[in-house]
Write a protein that binds this ligand. Structure first.
Ligand code: NCD
Length: 310
């Protein structure tokens, strides 16, 4: 039997198809249970999760915390490193070793690639990576998959367009590692400077996946089932002028959707800056706020599974 008990959740590539299916099944079940019993469940009474966020976050931190509370557990943590001993010079490893004495699992976000793995190496409790710099964001990728199931009914056969900052966007890096388990066509739309890293494209092709790269969002939208827009990741740019040049590269409008593909499902991990105009929001296919809501069910599933309580 497939089990995630005791496991860390560090990147999108770690999952087998069976594990992905299990997470989706459990998330679906929690969604149903919460609809029947909005006050939440009592599975994790007495359990404590550390939410250690060294980088800004709205959805990831708050949905992790909500997930833990809805399961009946509680949360300690911080939302910036300034208020912690990191500002006195403590290392990430020592902070983790310390908090490991207090909690049953960690959800963490940190600006350095590989930081969640470093934390997992010293923690005795499971570490759930809520974003490590421009590296990975596996829990987001799983809630994105859950959203596709909910919005489209199925994943196989879908053409998924990923658009924006594919170089620095960690959600798409984890996303393709999840989508590769399905019969999907992947289309990458980005300015040349922000293209999906070569090694990721080559790995997908070597695995037999259909990958198309283009700079034209309009062409890509026409045949898409799902358009996944992303923010240009300002905080990863060494050169502000380069960011200013690229920030308006792709802007999705209601007019484009109505003209090119009225059935389009539009997703975005959020926050959006200017890449989706607000007149898109009340189209039936605008799924991005529902997507943010799905974060709670998927994170409830991950927490319960790594703690081995279901
Ligand atoms: C994303 C992130 O932090 O990587 N947001 C999120 O977790 N929902 C996307 C982004 O910041 O652009």
């Amino acid at each position: 039997m497939v089990s995630l008990k005791g496991k860390d959740i560090l990147d999108g590539a770690q999952f087998s198809r069976e594990e992905i299916d299990l997470i989706m099944e459990v998330a679906k079940d929690f969604k149903k249970k919460l609809a029947e019993k909005p006050g939440g469940l009592d599975l994790l009474r007495g359990y404590v999760m550390a939410a250690l966020f060294f980088e800004p976050s709205t959805r990831t931190r708050l949905s992790f915390e909500t997930a833990m509370h809805r399961l009946g557990g509680s949360v300690i943590g911080f939302s910036s490193a300034e208020s912690t001993s990191i500002s006195k010079g403590e290392t990430l490893e020592d902070t983790i070793r310390t908090v490991d004495q207090y909690v049953d699992l960690f959800a963490m976000r940190h600006p350095a690639i590989g930081s969640a793995k470093r934390a997992a190496e010293v923690a005795t409790h499971p570490v759930l990576n809520g974003g490590d710099g421009a590296g990975q964001h596996p829990t987001q990728a799983l809630l994105d998959l859950f959203t596709i199931y909910n919005e489209c009914g199925k994943v196989d056969g879908a053409t998924i367009v990923l658009c924006g900052d594919l170089k620095n966007g960690r959600t798409v890096h984890s996303g393709v590692d999840i989508y590769k388990h399905f019969d999907t066509k992947l289309v990458f739309v980005a300015p040349e400077q922000l293209a999906m890293p070569r090694e990721i494209v080559e790995k997908l092709r070597a695995q037999g996946k259909t990958v198309v790269e283009t700079t034209s969002l309009e062409d890509a939208i026409k045949d898409a089932d799902i358009l996944y827009m992303t923010r240009i990741q300002k905080e990863r740019f060494a050169d502000v002028a380069e960011y200013e040049r690229l920030k308006g590269s792709y802007i999705l409008t209601r007019e484009m959707i109505e003209r090119l593909n009225p059935n389009l499902t539009v997703m975005h991990p959020l926050p959006r800056v200017n890449e989706i105009t607000t007149d898109v929001d009340d189209l039936p296919g605008a799924a991005f706020f529902r997507q943010a809501g799905n974060g709670v069910y998927v994170r409830m599933a991950l927490i319960a599974l790594v703690l081995g309580v279901i």
